[in-house]
Design a protein around this ligand. Sequence first.
Ligand SMILES: Cc1cc2nc3c(=O)[nH]c(=O)nc-3n(C[C@H](O)[C@H](O)[C@H](O)COP(=O)(O)OP(=O)(O)OC[C@H]3O[C@@H](n4cnc5c(N)ncnc54)[C@H](O)[C@@H]3O)c2cc1C
Length: 293
Amino acid sequence: MIPASFRYAAPQSVGEAVDLLAAHADAKVLAGGHSLLPLMKLRLAMPPVLVDINRIPGLDYIREDPQIEQLRVGALARHIDFERSQLIQDRYPLLWDAARGIGDPLVRNRGTLAGAVAHADPAADWPAALLAANASVVATSPRGERIIPLSEFFRAILTTALTPDELVTELRIPFPEPRSGGAYEKLERKVGDYAVIGVGVQLSLNAAGTIAKAGIGLCNAGSTSIRATEAAAYLVGKPPATDYINEAAQLAMQASDPIEDDRGPVDYKRAMVRELTRRALRRALARAEGGRP
Ligand SMILES: Cc1cc2nc3c(=O)[nH]c(=O)nc-3n(C[C@H](O)[C@H](O)[C@H](O)COP(=O)(O)OP(=O)(O)OC[C@H]3O[C@@H](n4cnc5c(N)ncnc54)[C@H](O)[C@@H]3O)c2cc1C
């Protein structure tokens, strides 16, 4: 099918883009187009106006900002930019893992992190990885900027805390703590597919070698991307021993609420949450302890 007709706008600045969004309540932002265009072709989405942000200069950055101790990711940073970034590979292995597992090279060449977050598909990998990393969203509108913790961002399937006139202009990810590690584990039916289940973990160790902080995010395990807060809280203060890892994985499984579909029945998916949480925890711990598996 071909999309329904729409008006196309290509603003040259963030200000122009948010004015267009404010003027047209049903307008949609076009970033990489790899989630929006398939929906439009099926006529599941029929926005009367498309606001293409790809011509806005200066939105494709990935840079560390020592002043706020956060990694700043512009709205046009693409999956491929993360996959190819030495900074991300060295300092943010959780994000590097997640980037490399998304779709295929065509998808990674165009898709953006901001678009994946704004789309709020619980089957998408970035939201789970970014929840584990304790990220936040910078939303810009004609009224100015506000920062939304990602933990408060996902409201329901394909539904977020954004108002119709807000553009995600930046994602922010806290600097990794000393002695920290992260990992993303994805189970897929075949290369290039969406996850059956995905699990992201970010954690740090204190001087005594016990877990100081932990974050766990689940992909395709419920009607939104899930932050497994109980599992993460359980790990704090524990040594990185198998029994504790297993208990945390069990708690992550209890936080999941997947549906049966062609990727598998509920019990299987819940068991995969437990297993992938174990694996992600083990790899994150190994990375925190100085290894790079
Ligand atoms: C074949 C295929 C395989 C895929 N496999 C995977 C996979 O394995 N894992 C995975 O996670 N994803 C997968 N995807 C999805 C892909 O990663 C998308 O690129 C991504 O989810 C959306 O990013 P985008 O930049 O393409 O957004 P778009 O498609 O341009 O936009 C998506 C939605 O977000 C809104 N939006 C976009 N940018 C902004 C912004 N800055 N501010 C406010 N709203 C915005 C749009 O209006 C739209 O509603 C796949 C897609 C395809 C086509």
